[in-house]
Design a protein around this ligand. Structure first.
Ligand code: ZN
Length: 309
């Protein structure tokens, strides 16, 4: 992937403007210059330029402090060499996977790390029983405490939305991805007013837009099968003969990030083969936690790869 050394001046200004759409009182100014360099690939000169353009920050003595989300958003927009940007190149394995047959079987590895090292007693992990119901029967094994493997099957549905969905696709493709604070992640007015959304807010907006256009939709949440680490994701399904995942917002976002392989996924294509919803139909609740540690829900690392046939 091309890493932009000198992004267009406009991008710097646009990046700062977008961060200013989020009220400063919803930010945490705790990132130093050193943090910005380490996590977001930003030099001091880069931060000077951004503060000149009006990037929110606090001063504490000689230190200037930035909001982590602001920096992450700008780094993404500018294409800076961040850890997230580096993982994107491995997503192409999923995007370019040649599907054979009606489903693809994947092996999943679920790996928990103790969230409170040093606590009294042993780590007691408990898997959400829904995993047993939505994995390939007999494939679930506990390898050691907090480490499980199982297999899933995802449909290779090759579905494209038609012209009747054109307005829905256009409106969702016009949205820009932005990490936003939890206080705004259900705020449809914020999304509409700013044109910014994260996956969760994007899925809420997609539901609102598609419903207003007269389509039957249902919310979904689960994982984007990015390789090797799976990403928690929210999307919707639309009734188009059958139920199909649709996500023009996310596909547009991946195209803007120039993720290799995204050419195969135009915004009108159903990303069904790239997604896994770990709940079954009956309980369709917002199912966020696959695992608990000593009774407290936690989110483990999830890795997946297509099984060799
Ligand atoms: Zn523990």
């Amino acid at each position: 992937m091309a890493v932009t050394d000198d992004p267009a001046p406009d991008q710097w200004r646009i990046g700062v403007e977008r961060t200013r759409a989020v009220p400063a009182q919803l930010k945490s100014f705790n990132q130093t210059d050193a943090d910005a360099a380490r996590t977001h690939g930003m030099t001091a000169a880069c931060l000077d330029r951004l503060t000149d353009l009006g990037l929110d920050h606090h001063r504490e003595g000689r230190e200037r402090l930035f909001d982590d989300r602001d920096l992450a958003n700008i780094a993404l927009l500018l294409g800076l060499p961040t850890p997230l940007r580096r993982t994107m190149s491995s997503w192409s394995q999923t995007l370019l996977h040649k599907a054979e047959g009606t489903t693809t079987r994947r092996s999943v590895q679920l790996l928990a790390k103790c969230p409170e090292p040093g606590h009294a007693g042993a780590c007691e992990y408990e898997l959400n029983p829904a995993i047993g119901r939505c994995s390939v029967p007999g494939s679930l094994h506990e390898r050691q405490a907090g480490r499980y493997t199982f297999q899933i099957e995802t449909p290779n549905a090759d579905h494209f939305l038609g012209p009747e969905h054109g307005e829905f696709v256009a409106r969702m493709s016009a949205m820009e991805f932005h990490f936003i604070p939890p206080a705004l992640t259900h705020d449809l007015d914020f999304a509409t007013a700013t044109g910014l959304a994260d996956c969760r807010l994007g899925a809420l907006l997609a539901r609102q837009v598609a419903t207003a256009l007269g389509f039957e939709v249902r919310p979904r949440n689960g994982y984007f099968l990015a390789g090797p680490y799976m990403l928690w994701h929210n999307w919707i399904e639309i009734l188009d003969g059958d139920w199909f995942a649709v996500d023009p917002f996310w596909l547009t976002t991946l195209a803007r990030w120039q993720v290799p392989g995204i050419e195969a996924w135009p915004t009108v294509r159903s990303p069904q083969p790239l997604l896994w919803q770990p709940a079954d139909e009956q309980d369709g609740r917002d199912f966020y936690y696959l695992l608990s540690h000593n009774g407290a829900p936690m989110r483990p690392a999830m890795m997946s790869a297509p099984c060799r046939s």
